[in-house]
Design a protein around this ligand. Sequence first.
Ligand code: GLN
Length: 298
Amino acid sequence: MTQAVNPASPDECLDVVLRRCGERIMAGRGCDRAEALFEARLLAGFVTGLDTSALMLQGDRPPETGVRDRLESLCARRAAGEPVAYLIGERGFWRYRFRTAPGVLIPRPDTELLVEWALELLPRTTRSRVLDLGTGSGAIALSIAAERPDAEVHAVDSSEVAIRLTARNREFLAEQGAPVTVRLWQGDWLEAVAPASVDLIVSNPPYIAADDPHLAEGDVRHEPVEALVADEEGLADYRRIIIQARPVLRPGGWVLLEHGFEQAQAVSGLLEQAGFDAVDTRRDVAGHPRVTAGRRPD
Ligand code: GLN
């Protein structure tokens, strides 16, 4: 749909600019109007530094030209497919805001299930040792550390960009009132990590098969393929993690793995073959089987 409003009109009010930006996002992404307008408002909040209610109050006033130009350019990039989280440089996860950056996977609400389950397995009263493998932005490790200040949390990633982003997010959490200690390791899964006798290993590894059509849609097109795609139908990294995890866990220690919604059986099978017991799967907010746990027998 084309708009009758002239985009260059200097006295055009913010609401009109936002509506036009929403139309553009809707047309580019093929999403519905409400979602497109929501995203346009998020981008406007980022450009102006105003929250939603302040933006509403400004709605009938013309934005400064610089603000309008920046907003329109961000909305054009969004319409072309760039993820909102990369455009504004952050995303909410669990209880905090996390910095995001191209080259590192954007935290997703599905993964909050992993944090929730991890916290159930970690008593508040004991000094547990936790490892997050493939930490990315650090969302999982830092969220757990914020909830369990007594836990010793280690985060591993093979990507230097990811480790740097996790370090930034550790500072960002402190700015948000949650100072945490998380130790960072760069390397391949457990190969780079010193700690043994671990109580809990958590991981959201790459698990999408290389030929999955999902990779050609939406935000994932802009995310790092090495954080998304794994060989052997997406199962290659589970095989490595599960084999490496067993000797590192203390007897009775747990491994918690996020996976694709059709992989619960395969991941459960790998855990059982490796001698884990109490294997169990839970569903995410969307109702998909998303996280599977296994315990190292005593
Ligand atoms: N859940 C993500 C997606 O399907 C994939 C994350 C991952 O591979 N670890 O977009």
